[in-house]
Design a protein around this ligand. Sequence first.
Ligand code: PMP
Length: 396
Amino acid sequence: MDWNGLYASRMSRVVASDIRERMKLLAQKKLIHLGGGLPDPAIFPYQAFADASAAILGDQQRARTALQYAASEGHGPLREWIVGYMASIGVPCALENILIVNGSQQGLDFVGKLLIGAGDTVMVEMPSFIGALRAFDAYEPTYVAVPKAGDPRPAHGAKFAYVGPDFRNPTGTTMTRAERIELLEMAEALDMSIVEDGCYEKLRYDGDPIPSVLALDIERSGDIDRSRVLYTGTLSKTIAPSLRVGWMCGPAPVIRKLTLIKQASDLATSALNQMIALDVVSEHLDAAVATACQVYRERRDSMLDALSASMPEGVTWTRPEGGLYIWVTLPPHIDGAELATHALTDHGVSTISGSAFYPVDPQRNTLRLSFSMIPAEDAREGIRRLALAIEKTPAR
Ligand code: PMP
């Protein structure tokens, strides 16, 4: 049987990600991994998980709920908690504005299903989160760039703009409040929506929090049900990614449509996971966020120090106020993908080439680094090796 002839045309755009392939390689070798980007499992709140699981499964009534199908919208008490959480970050909303999803990644897939028809235009930051691009790709959009400060506004719109305002993956950079308002004004002028990825919002290591684009839109319109912003949140970066508990927050009619998509896709997110998540966040979210911020702040600082100490002239990098990533711009003659291969095979340091994060017109002289799992000593050694690989790359 030749399955290749049967695949729908959209599958021609569904390709293995550079990162996943690289991770398979890394599993086999002892290297310094500056590419990764996973949260550090050493800081997950294990005791809280053990206590929550025992309490839920040890109580017959709760255990029955936990092992039954949950509602497609999500476990009611967790949605209630999320309503409170969203209010605490400046987004007053109600239960019907929240849908629980299997990680915000599923939310991004649902955005594609809801909004993208083949050939529709979607605006994305260049570079952008690769998981969002891969999710959207299956719905066959045409990509255009979100204009940068000072760029002229496009003459006509896209269906939506996808943005990660805080410490975005992959660059680590953050939109200022003025840029968020400018984005809202542009979206209004072009009559398009905004999909806001709030994945890293709580992982801020310095500076004051900036209200989300959704919060700013509600400040203007006064009502989430009139908002043009759909927000995705997650517990993956603060509590643990294996829960697969994320949420979407937006106007109630849009959440209703997304709930139908959720129902058709997988009926519901695991009730057990949602109940565990609720027990853990109710008691331990603040402490878990504080631990994550302390650990990742130190690692960010040691990687930034290592970059300053070792990088040759002509290399620049971002200085993130939070999140997990640093974006490196190499001298123009260096291709990040070639460098990443050569750094891995000859110098034993893994990085991710920046090209993969552009849906079109990649800026090739770029790399993404992550500090989330890298102790100071490895950061020094890994960055030293990377600097050596850069110095050994011949000018063309
Ligand atoms: N958005 C961004 C920007 C991410 O970096 C990630 C995870 N790497 C996700 C969404 C997906 O997270 P999850 O599905 O675990 O919520």
